[in-house]
Write a protein that binds this ligand. Structure first.
Ligand code: FNR
Length: 209
C-alpha cells in the first residue's frame, strides 16, 4: 500500500434524498490529508442468486474490483427495523462470493449511519459490525457515529450542518486512515533490503516460511 489511503464509501440507501448518502458525501469532504473517498452506488446491484455467483453480472464485477482496489471501506447504513437494509446486505453477500473469492477479506473498515429516530442507527450498526466479522474486515471501534434526528442535522440540500457531527466523522476517518496504515501489509522485503531467509517465525499460520 502507498502512503495515500484510498477508501471506498458505500451507503445502504437508494433513496434520492437519503441522509446516509448525504452523510457519505459529507465524509468525502472531511477526510484527512493523504487519503480520499470514492463512492460506489448500489442502484444497479440485482438480487443475489447463488446460481449466478460464478458468472455474476457486470455490476458485481465492478463492485468487487472497486473493493479490491480500495485500502479501506466506509460503510454508511440506515436502520430498517433495527437492522441494516436489504440493499446493503445484498451487496455485502454478492461481494463475498463465490466461496474463497471474497473481495472484503483483510481490509480495514469504518461504519456510521443516520436515521430520523433518536438512536441514530445504533442497533443497525451493531448488526453490521457482526456481519463484518464474518467477512474478516477489521473495523475501527471508535468513535461511534450514529447520527440521530437526521432531518435537523442536514439542510434541505443534503448538506451536513451540525458541527459536532462533522467533528465526529472527521475523528472516525482519521482513526480509519491510521488503522489502515497499521494493519496494511509491509512493503515487499526486496524493497526493505531484508533477506527473508534471515527471518524466522514461531507460528505456521502467517509466517514467511
Ligand atoms: C425505517 N426507519 C427506521 N428508523 C430507525 O431509527 N429505526 C428503525 O428501525 C427504522 N426502521 C425503518 C424501516 C423501514 C422499512 C424504513 C423505510 C424506514 C426510518 C429511517 O431511519 C429513515 O427512513 C431514514 O431516512 C432512512 O435512511 P435514508 O434513506 O435517509 O438514508
Amino acid at each position: 500500500m502507498s502512503s495515500h489511503v484510498r477508501i471506498l464509501g458505500i451507503a445502504g440507501s437508494l433513496r434520492r434524498g437519503s441522509y446516509n448518502q448525504a452523510a457519505l458525501r459529507a465524509a468525502k469532504l472531511l477526510v484527512p490529508e493523504n487519503s480520499e473517498i470514492d463512492l460506489f452506488q448500489l442502484d444497479d446491484i440485482p438480487m443475489f442468486n447463488e446460481d449466478e455467483e460464478k458468472r455474476p453480472p457486470s455490476s458485481i464485477l465492478e463492485l468487487k474490483n472497486r473493493i479490491r482496489r480500495a485500502d479501506a471501506l466506509l460503510i454508511v447504513t440506515p436502520e430498517y427495523n433495527y437492522s441494516i437494509p436489504g440493499v446493503l446486505k445484498n451487496a455485502i453477500d454478492w461481494a463475498c462470493r463465490p466461496y474463497g473469492e471474497s473481495a472484503w477479506s483483510g481490509k480495514a473498515a469504518a461504519i456510521m449511519g443516520a436515521s430520523l429516530g433518536a438512536i441514530g442507527t445504533a442497533r443497525a450498526q451493531h448488526h453490521l459490525r457482526q456481519i463484518l466479522v464474518a467477512l474478516n474486515l477489521f473495523t475501527v471501534n471508535q468513535p461511534e457515529v450514529a447520527i440521530a434526528d437526521a432531518a435537523h442535522r442536514f439542510d434541505e440540500n443534503g448538506n451536513l450542518i451540525h458541527e459536532p457531527t462533522k467533528q465526529l466523522i472527521q475523528e472516525l476517518l482519521k482513526n480509519l486512515v491510521d488503522w489502515t496504515r497499521r494493519i496494511s501489509p509491509a512493503p515487499a522485503l526486496e524493497a526493505t533490503g531484508v533477506n527473508s531467509y534471515d527471518l524466522t517465525t514461531s507460528d505456521h499460520a502467517g509466517g514467511l516460511r
